[in-house]
Design a protein around this ligand. Structure first.
Ligand code: ZN
Length: 318
């Protein structure tokens, strides 16, 4: 059994830029690329396998036709989506629904997400939470456009990690490069979009009522309990273990040995150059490489000087 390497899917965005080329060396179809959907089975951008016996097949196809790769899951859809985002400009201030609301109103999963900050310009910040005490106050502050008073701004730097459960008001700010691990969903409710217009002079749609419906009020930003497990000069940092996904940083200085903890594991090389060793076969992994380790692969080794962000399905996603 071989790891499955994924072909990136690029998405043009009003706020995107060229850093996915400048930092990762990807060939980009435009200079406004906001997102690389690195590992995805979502219909808005599906990964294609680049190697081995499944070469040319898509991840959603494998999910339907080769359940053994994923440990015979019960879920209808591949539950995770991994993206790299280049925010050349601010993203809209937004919120996502939970599974129950999304199922009724959008016919898909809710969206809990988390971010690892790959890089941030000096002074970069995100919006993470809000200051309204009640739903009425939240609605009134939106109506009166009291954006400065409403949103909580947080400075960010390289290596920061944020957990963004559904219902959290958030926005990635200008000059930030992020790896996002999220539920496989493309439902975004925009609260505020800086009154921006696209090249055709149109503003993007806002979703005020849905935002009021799904936002957690008052805001409660979760505490993280980060654990580090050292292995010689390398280490595994655990950022999150939730119902939806578990997320890790693999810091490789020389060699890191891993054993599988879930039916399948996803990972992306965000810094350096790594080699993946599986069943005595070695695969070169330049920065930006994304892959999935199927159920049959129970252990692997990573060599080199590199940082990877890895994830697995959580209990609720099996
Ligand atoms: Zn979001």
């Amino acid at each position: 059994m071989e790891p499955l390497f994924m072909k990136p899917v690029f998405q043009e965005k009003i706020w995107g830029g060229k850093r996915l080329h400048d930092v990762f060396g990807f060939e980009l179809p435009s200079d406004r690329i906001g997102e690389n959907w690195a590992i995805s089975a979502h219909p808005h951008g599906v990964s294609t396998i680049e190697n081995g016996p499944f070469k040319g097949q898509t991840l959603d196809q494998l999910w339907k036709e080769h359940k053994e790769l994923f440990g015979h899951p019960t879920g209808e859809v591949f539950p995770l989506l991994v993206k790299i985002l280049d925010a050349e400009d601010e993203l809209s201030v937004q919120v996502h629904p939970d599974d129950a609301y999304a199922k009724i109103h959008e016919g898909e999963l809710g969206k809990t997400e988390c971010w690892y900050v790959i890089d941030a310009q000096p002074g970069a910040e995100i919006i993470y939470g809000h200051h309204a005490k009640t739903k009425e106050q939240f609605a009134k502050m939106i109506e009166e456009k009291e954006w400065k008073q409403l949103f909580t701004h947080v400075p960010v730097k390289k290596g920061d990690f944020f957990y963004v459960p559904s219902g959290t008001i958030h926005a990635i700010g200008k000059g930030i490069l992020i790896l996002e691990t999220q539920q496989s969903s493309d439902t975004t409710y925009r609260v505020y979009d800086y009154d921006r217009k696209d090249d055709n002079g149109n503003k993007r749609e806002l979703h005020i009522q849905q935002s009021i419906d799904v936002t957690n009020i008052p805001s409660h930003n979760p505490e993280l309990s980060v654990k580090e497990e050292r292995q010689g000069t390398s280490s595994i940092i655990t950022y999150l273990q939730t119902d939806f996904f578990n997320v890790y940083e693999w810091q490789v200085e020389g060699s890191l040995k891993c054993k599988k903890q879930a039916p399948y594991t996803l990972a992306t090389v965000i810094d350096g150059f790594a080699k993946l060793v599986v069943n005595e076969k070695t695969y070169d992994m330049p920065m930006g490489t994304s892959f999935l380790l199927p159920d049959e692969i129970s252990s692997w080794q990573i060599l080199g000087e590199a940082t990877l962000i890895a994830s697995e399905p959580g209990e609720k996603s099996l």
